[in-house]
Design a protein around this ligand. Structure first.
Ligand code: PYC
Length: 330
């Protein structure tokens, strides 16, 4: 019993997309800029990441958040987000989930809180009604109208943009964005990502498809994340990248509201102001809400063959499987 490693977490979901905040039992990631600490987490603590978010304690769709002391002056806390395959630069739905979690624990009160992340500080404002507005890192379009030839689909045209993570935002063709079509959308997005990467944009790890809104918003999206799970929410960083493209095309003005629906129909309200109009850099703000779903202690037993989660490339050593010996010794 005493050999059990314990990790205390609170789970939430933001528009359907889950976040697991690690409160206690996380690794010591040292000091310095959060980009360096995220690097350290990838290098030295990948098993911790996998134990928290991968099966059997989690699932491919879960995004984890480990709290760390901030590095940037003026920040109240630091956070490193991670998913089923690695760390994330920023996470919009995760920041909303983090604030809902801290509010649930009585650790934050309504007001604005500055949060350090591996891609720079962001601000999160907890409103009296529980909604959270995230003032994200500066976002911009890197390349417009990139055409790629995708096996089984044909020509796909999209924009490469930064919103705290790198996105390929597909302009054409349009897609039927329904839950019933998720398997096709996942398959298409994965092939699009491979084609975009092969064309010299290896940094693009999220693919965002668009279709007509169904719940009163301006647009609906489907976002495929780096580990092949789709975002159940409208994706905060993806919405930031979308705003940067809309702003660059003159389709959305500073201060104008944009309602971005995700594949489930849940929505983020978004808007921006220019940071540097000539350079096409905007400062997006994304508003949404989250619900806490669990307070839990994850247990990692030393003799558990999946102590560090089920992860590709770390297949089970048959000697560690602990399977009962076959009858007759065969
Ligand atoms: O909300 O920014 C986001 C996000 C990134 C990956 C999953 N959600």
């Amino acid at each position: 019993m005493s050999d059990l490693q314990r990790i205390q977490v609170v789970d939430s979901h933001t528009g359907g997309e889950p976040t697991r905040v690690v409160l206690c039992g996380g690794p010591d990631l040292g000091e310095g800029p959060l980009s360096a600490r995220a690097h350290r987490m990838r290098d030295r603590w990948d098993s911790f990441r996998s134990a928290v978010v991968n099966e059997p304690r989690g699932s491919d769709v879960l995004v984890g958040a480990v709290l760390v002391p901030p590095h940037e002056p003026g920040c109240d806390l630091g956070v490193i987000f991670f998913n089923n395959v690695g760390t994330l630069g920023m996470c919009g739905h995760g920041t909303i989930g983090l604030m809902a979690t801290l509010a649930h624990l009585g650790r934050v009160r309504p007001g604005t809180h500055r949060i350090d992340t591996p891609v720079g500080p962001v601000s999160a404002t907890l409103h009296a009604d529980g909604q959270v507005s995230v003032a994200n890192v500066a976002s911009y379009r890197h390349r417009a109208s990139v055409a790629v030839s995708v096996p089984g689909i044909g020509e796909v045209v999209g924009d490469v943009a930064w919103g705290g993570n790198w996105f390929f935002l597909v302009r054409s063709p349009a897609w039927e964005l329904t839950l019933a079509n998720v398997e096709n959308l996942t398959d298409a997005s994965w092939r699009i990502r491979q084609a975009v990467n092969a064309q010299g944009f290896p940094e693009v790890d999220h693919v965002e498809l668009f279709g007509p809104p169904g719940c009163g918003g301006h647009s609906r999206n489907f976002v495929l994340c780096p580990g092949k799970a789709y975002d159940r929410s409208p994706c905060g960083t993806g919405t930031s990248a979308k705003l940067a493209c809309l702003a660059a095309d003159g389709k959305l003005a500073e201060g104008e509201a944009w309602i971005q629906e995700g594949i489930l129909g849940t929505a983020f309200r978004a808007g921006f102001r220019w940071e540097d109009r000539a350079a096409g850099r905007i400062l997006p703000v994304i508003t949404g809400s989250a619900h806490v779903t669990a307070e839990a202690t994850l247990l990692l037993a030393p003799d558990d063959p999946f102590r560090w989660g089920i992860r590709p490339g770390a297949d089970l050593d048959p000697r560690a499987a602990g399977n009962p010996a076959p009858p007759g010794g065969n």
